[in-house]
Design a protein. Structure first.
Length: 311
């Protein structure tokens, strides 16, 4: 494993207990300049994960609780008239940070959710015709409660597609729960973790991830997977070109975290579900068969010929 990423994950594991896979995927998404959606019930550590990443990675951190009364200007900022200078001055919104925790994003209005679109895609905000660059790196870590919880609504598909990866934290296992209870009796684990990188180091690592080699047969494999989702009988809307690009970017980040300078088919397979499950829409036939998006994508993986084993 890459020495620096191993050091980062070691510190994160001091704070988030028993969730090694989630921590690794979160780091991979950050290193591939992607945004993260955590879809889970309250109280499993989603907010703590964001705090842990900001402290260990040395990132400036803002948090906003998405409630029905949050408006777009809370997100991107607004212009205010300065009587002394006689000009309008930009007052930054909550997005002017390195790591934005957008808590319970599916509890606010669609108009407010859409205010994040330009920010997440372009890394800039436009207010009253003026464009303002965001700090780099910039990562949105959004959480949402399961649809059907009080006050929630579905995220638009265009908004979902902006997230590189969607994950569930899940409940801890028995021993991890015991360890959490023991560790929090006298101190906060966040106080024990140390900062091991800076924003400059993260930017350097992001650049190194882009240089990871991916050969044409891997690109053809990703393309075949994406196209097969569009032809799968259980899927109404398949993986878009943006989704296929996200698979390659996250596969590169996985190779980097594993200490390799090239991508393998296994890298693609390990990230495929997390990148693509929230991008597809199942048809009624799949719902009648009680199949989830992950179930259908696993079948796509089985049916698609892999460069390494000739399936």
């Amino acid at each position: 494993m890459n020495t620096k990423t191993e050091e980062i994950l070691k510190e994160l594991n001091k704070i988030i207990v028993g969730k090694e896979a989630v921590l690794e995927k979160t780091l991979m998404a950050i290193l591939s300049r992607g945004h993260i959606l955590l879809d889970d019930v309250p109280g499993v550590g989603k907010t703590t994960l964001a705090l842990a990443c900001s402290k260990v990675l040395g990132l400036d951190y803002h948090r906003i609780q998405f409630t029905p009364d949050v408006v777009p200007s809370d997100i991107i900022g607004f212009s205010m008239y300065n009587k002394e200078s006689g000009t309008f001055e930009y007052k930054p919104g909550v997005v002017m940070t390195n790591l934005l925790l957008a808590d319970e994003i599916n509890r606010t209005s669609s108009k407010t959710q859409s205010a994040l679109l330009e920010v997440m895609e372009e890394g800039q905000v436009t207010v009253d015709g003026e464009t303002h660059e965001l700090p780099k790196p910039f990562v949105v870590l959004a959480t949402q409660n399961p649809v059907g919880s009080a006050g929630t609504q579905l995220l638009p598909q265009a908004q979902l597609d902006r997230f590189m990866i969607r994950m569930e934290m899940g409940y801890p296992d028995f021993q991890s729960q015991v360890n959490i209870l023991r560790d929090r009796q006298t101190e906060n684990p966040l106080d024990k973790a140390e900062q091991v990188t800076s924003t400059d180091e993260i930017l350097k690592m992001q650049d190194e991830v882009t240089q990871i080699y991916i050969e044409d047969k891997i690109l053809e494999y990703v393309t075949s997977l994406a196209m097969n989702t569009r032809e799968q009988e259980m899927i109404r809307l398949g993986v878009s070109p943006r989704g296929a690009l996200a698979v390659t970017r996250l596969a590169k980040a996985r190779a980097y975290v594993q200490g390799r300078d090239y991508v393998t088919p296994e890298d693609v397979q390990k990230v495929f579900l997390d990148v693509c499950a929230h991008r597809i829409i199942l048809n009624p036939k799949a719902k009648i068969a009680a199949l989830s998006a992950s179930d259908v994508l696993i079948e796509v993986l089985k049916q698609t010929k892999s460069p390494d084993n000739g399936r």
